[in-house]
Ligand binder design. Structure first.
Ligand code: CP
Ligand code: NVA
Length: 302
């Protein structure tokens, strides 16, 4: 059997993504009902974090526990990865023992390289280019609140970053229209936009993106690794804050999402992120349920 990886949303078919979404909802219900379900008994997920994390680490580690398996946290500081052991060698060694590998790192090519040398599934837990696991949670959250996202309009406000790229892939995989409002110089990858030109539109005015939208999404202005650009970015993104005025351009039924962590007063106001349309806490919790469905999909033996 060939090994399945999850490096981007494109690694699963549209049908498979729908199966994972429904399964996430089902597993959430079963866990809340107190049911014990352990399809990954005796299996181990190796988790490599080269960047900080709260939600991703918690959700994968707790997810493995709930599924009857185990998770191991590896950071460059206390593994040989930090002392320059090649990623190819690490992939061979870790995959000879672990049943799957989750990795959060910088360049996307690092996880592609890892996938090439790994005998077990590689899961992208965020790279500079993509954050597909967050989209599993976001799509489940939208479905739980509003039903299918197919045919809806999503407005991405802010940086053309890893989250934005995963929303571009999601537009294709979950069948919605995506309007991206970003300042010049902070566009998403033009090749990716071009590949999805039928669904994705870039505008400069955030109100044009938000007009009549069903979902408004934003993210930090400076991602991990861009800390020194914070000041510069605050200036560049000053007109791209999600506030009540912007939310008023969207449909009354529109939801607000943010992958977190957030900076209130920067990319989003406290009124919006803590307001009625915001579903950020469900979104964060659904990292657990959606990823349990993904882990089961990639790792369960039968
Ligand atoms: N949204 C997200 O990935 O959060 P963490 O960085 O805390 O894992
Ligand atoms: N774009 C952010 C997402 C954090 C979950 C970052 O890469 O830091």
């Amino acid at each position: 059997m060939t090994v399945r990886h999850f490096l981007t949303l494109k690694d699963l078919s549209k049908d498979e993504l729908q199966i994972v979404l429904q399964r996430g909802i089902e597993l959430k219900k079963r866990q809340k009902d107190g049911e014990i379900y352990e399809p990954l008994k005796n299996q181990t997920l190796a988790m490599i974090f080269e960047k900080s994390s709260t939600r991703t680490r918690l959700s994968f580690e707790i997810g493995m526990t709930q599924l009857g398996g185990h998770a191991i946290f590896l950071s460059p500081r206390d593994s040989q990865l930090g002392r320059g052991e090649p990623i190819e060698d690490s992939a061979r060694v870790i995959s000879s023992m672990a049943d799957a590998i989750m990795i959060r790192t910088f360049g996307h090519e690092i996880i592609e390289n890892m996938a090439e040398y790994s005998k077990v599934p590689i899961i992208n837990a965020l790279t500079d280019d993509f954050h597909p696991c967050q989209l599993l949670a976001d799509m489940q959250t939208y479905y739980e609140h509003r039903g299918s996202i197919a045919g809806k309009t999503v407005a991405w406000i802010g940086d053309g970053n890893n989250m934005c790229h995963s929303y571009i892939n999601a537009a294709e995989q979950y069948d919605f229209k995506l309007r991206i409002a970003c300042p010049e110089g902070y566009d998403p990858n033009p090749e990716l936009v071009e590949q999805h030109a039928d669904r994705v539109e870039i505008v400069r005015n955030s109100k044009d993106a938000a007009a009549n939208a069903d979902l408004i999404v934003t993210d930090v202005w400076a991602s991990m690794g861009q800390e020194e650009e914070q000041r510069l970015r605050e200036k560049a993104f000053a007109d791209y804050q999600v506030n009540e005025e912007l939310m008023a351009c969207a449909k009354d039924t529109a939801l607000f999402m943010h992958c977190l962590p957030a900076h209130r007063g920067e990319e989003v106001t406290a009124e919006v992120i803590d307001g009625k349309q915001s579903v950020i806490w469900d979104e964060a919790e659904n990292r657990l349920h959606a990823q349990k469905a993904l882990l089961e999909f990639l790792m369960a033996k039968s």
